[in-house]
Design a protein around this ligand. Structure first.
Ligand SMILES: Cc1cc2nc3c(=O)[nH]c(=O)nc-3n(C[C@H](O)[C@H](O)[C@H](O)COP(=O)(O)O)c2cc1C
Length: 356
């Protein structure tokens, strides 16, 4: 029987265990989107995960959604990420980069020349976002033309190439949490009347086009996809998520993706039961798991690996703690996105004496 501690093959990679570190934005980059040296330390500390998925990284400057988040576009960004991947690999870990284009969940103050955020349709999301000058309302975004959509897809392709050049083992497309790809998928944010909007076939086109561009560039077996049906985060609404996500996953055939990562938060439908049989690659399950629930999902064969977010954030040696039944450090929410080392690289590991 499989357990959290058994090896698993995810496409070309043999992971040493089934505990995956979730992508988590930590806002420790500089204003040029370059991750600091602390970032290498942070990920290296967590290299005992079977797989690390990096924080969301913007593929092009127009994809940035939050202050001090990192990018993968400039030579300086690539050079800094090389330190990160080398540090993780030196400790025997594996790391994928999450490509995150925030779309309308951004603000002109974060974008080149104060540009309007990009989106499928000019529909302003409800809510506010943190900017350099504090909380500000979201704005009405710019609706991308078909030519501009092609440029966004090209940006993802180049970012995937640069991620591989920076030493990442693969990339994950962030199509969850209400950012650009999910804005295309969902009827509330996509009211286009061309080939990228309207029918489910048209609304999934953007995600499939991005995946196809990335997979052609670096190989589908180095590409994962994250979705979060019914999460309803960032003012995302879809009239029929069951239909949308079924259609999407059915149409991943042929891309030969490494994995599908599904994070659920209070959905009304058993999406894991629905989607897993439709997907050929590895199935990663996430959202509010603890050791016990993750262990039973793996043992029951409902997933190939389990994704832990805040538990990994606060416990660099999470697999060891699970193995020994040690108590877990409690995450400090105040330092999730705060600059500096505190609450980032100073969570304690178990003393050697307890690691028996
Ligand atoms: C501080 C923080 C930052 C996050 N940033 C991202 C992100 O950049 N990309 C993403 O896909 N999910 C992000 N998430 C969501 C996590 O990947 C994960 O889905 C979520 O934390 C649920 O897992 P958990 O209940 O084990 O924490 C973030 C979560 C936290 C706590």
């Amino acid at each position: 029987m499989n357990s959290l501690f058994s090896q698993v093959q995810v496409s070309r990679y043999t992971l040493s265990n089934r505990m995956v570190m979730a992508p988590m934005t930590r806002s420790r980059a500089d204003d040029a989107g370059v991750p600091s040296e602390l970032v290498a330390t942070y990920y290296a500390q967590r290299a005992s995960a079977g797989l690390i998925i990096s924080e969301g990284v913007f593929p092009t400057a127009m994809g940035q959604g939050y202050v001090r988040t990192p990018g993968i576009e400039t030579a300086e960004q690539v050079a800094a990420w090389k330190h990160v991947t080398e540090a993780v690999h030196a400790r025997g870990g594996r790391i994928f980069m999450q490509l995150m284009h925030s779309g309308r969940i951004s603000h002109p103050s974060l974008l080149p020349n104060g540009a309007l955020p990009q989106a499928p349709s000019a529909i302003k999301p409800a809510g506010q976002t943190w900017t350099a000058t504090g909380l500000q309302d979201f704005v009405t975004p710019h609706a991308l033309s078909v030519v501009e959509i092609a440029a966004v897809i090209e940006g993802y392709r180049q970012a995937a190439r640069l991620a591989i050049e920076a030493g990442f083992d693969g990339v994950e497309l962030h199509a969850a949490s209400g950012y650009l790809p999910e804005q295309f998928l969902s009827t509330g944010s996509n009211q286009r009347t061309d080939e990228y909007g309207g029918s489910v076939e048209n609304r999934v086109r953007f995600v499939l086009d991005v995946l196809s561009a990335i997979a052609t560039e670096i190989g589908g077996d180095r590409v994962g996809l994250k979705i979060s049906p019914e999460m309803n985060f960032n003012d995302i609404v879809d009239a029929n998520p069951q239909e949308t996500y079924t259609y999407l996953v059915e149409h991943l055939h042929g891309l030969n993706l490494a994995y599908l990562h599904v994070a659920l938060f209070g959905a009304n439908v058993d999406y894991h039961g629905l989607l897993r049989p439709l997907f050929d690659g590895s199935y990663l399950i996430g959202g509010g798991l603890d050791q016990h629930s993750a262990e039973s999902l793996i043992a029951d064969g409902r997933a190939d690996a389990a994704v832990f977010g805040s538990a990994f954030l606060a416990n660099p040696d999470l697999p060891e703690r699970f193995r020994t039944g040690a108590e877990l450090n409690v995450p400090d929410k105040n330092s999730f996105y705060a600059p500096g080392a505190q609450g980032y690289i100073d969570y304690p590991t178990l003393p050697a004496a307890e690691r028996v």
